[in-house]
Write a protein that binds this ligand. Structure first.
Ligand code: ZN
Length: 327
């Protein structure tokens, strides 16, 4: 495996060997020290032979993030021992519980608004971001986003995004400035390949809604049976450290709904490889825009399941429906 990280891991291993040798005198367990040294030397030798990072059982590539976490890793995730597998499963289960605890309360039915969402990870953990936050001036915010990648790494970035928004809301910044700050911190604190698409909105008094769409799939606004798409107004957050964003403003009257989703929904494919698509979703909403948010989401999930002939989504999936119910 001649990847870009191998020189970095080699330096770490050489450094580790030096530390082990330096510690040799004070080491109370010489056998343990010899074993560790042996493992480090083995790894360095595998690098010299050009077989480092290949699973010793199946010869497939070992997952890069696992090598970074432990450069002595010798097998891919499929070939861990039963004990290692169990430890990993327990870790994931705990992480999934923590992620579920980060989700907002299922319903927000105050000030004449009702919101429902559906959050479905493809694996144990989701890289989708879904949140509802109350501001301190009577306004409230909604977010649906999708962090690059999947699994554990993406779920950590999702938690990072959420913490930033929840902290920033108390400062009452204009929406575009809030997203700009989040984007800058996200860019500075993540790898260059990591970013997030995001729709972030603020609901004020009298049905005033502001939306910033940072490179995400267009939310759909349903008014009197007509569906309008709210196209992206900027790049995803975290692509560049000095991005600027703009906001679109509109009015939602009683009975109007706003529908947000991630690509786990719109890009699910049927048996022929055709995607469900935004068009199909738009048609579905056109005929059912008056349904209450929970009913609309349940219907959307049933439609998707019928389209995919019951296949489970292979990507993280999030839906959110927001409706103005009364004054
Ligand atoms: Zn393997």
């Amino acid at each position: 495996m001649a990847t870009a990280i191998e020189p970095v891991l080699r330096n770490q291993l050489v450094d580790r060997r030096e530390k082990l040798q330096a510690a040799a005198n004070g080491f109370h367990r010489p056998a343990e020290l010899a074993r560790l040294l042996n493992e480090v030397d083995d790894a360095l030798q595998r690098m010299d032979l050009g077989i480092y990072g290949l699973c010793e059982v199946c010869h497939d590539t070992v997952e890069t993030e696992r090598l970074i976490a432990d450069p002595l890793t010798r097998v891919c995730i499929d070939h861990l021992s039963a004990k290692e597998q169990r430890a990993l499963e327990q870790d994931l289960e705990l992480a999934a519980q923590i992620q579920a605890g980060l989700l907002p309360a299922a319903y927000k039915s105050s000030d004449g608004w009702e919101v429902a969402y559906h959050y479905q990870p493809a694996g144990a953990l989701s890289g989708d971001y879904c949140d509802l936050i109350n501001g301190n001036d009577g306004s409230w915010m909604f977010m649906v986003g999708d962090v690059s990648g999947k699994g554990v790494a993406a779920s950590m970035l999702m938690a990072h995004l959420q913490a930033m928004f929840r902290t920033l809301i108390s400062i009452n910044l204009p929406l575009e400035q809030m997203v700009e700050r989040v984007s800058r911190v996200f860019c500075e604190s993540t790898l260059p390949t990591q970013y997030a698409t995001l729709v972030c909105g603020r609901v004020g008094n009298d049905g005033e809604v502001e939306v910033c769409n940072a490179g995400h799939l267009p939310p759909l606004l349903i008014q009197n049976g007509n569906v309008r798409t709210l196209a992206a107004t900027g790049l995803p957050v975290g692509v560049f450290c000095s991005e600027s964003f703009s906001v679109s403003k509109f009015q939602m009257d009683i009975g109007d709904s706003l529908f947000l989703y991630t690509d786990g929904y719109s890009e699910l494919t049927d048996g022929n490889g055709s995607e469900f698509g935004v068009e199909r979703l738009s048609r579905l909403l056109e005929g059912n825009g008056k349904l209450a948010p929970r009913a609309l989401i349940d219907l959307s999930i049933r439609e998707l399941s019928a389209f995919g002939e019951g296949r489970a989504p292979t990507d993280d999936l999030t839906l959110m429906a927001i409706q103005r119910r009364s004054n």
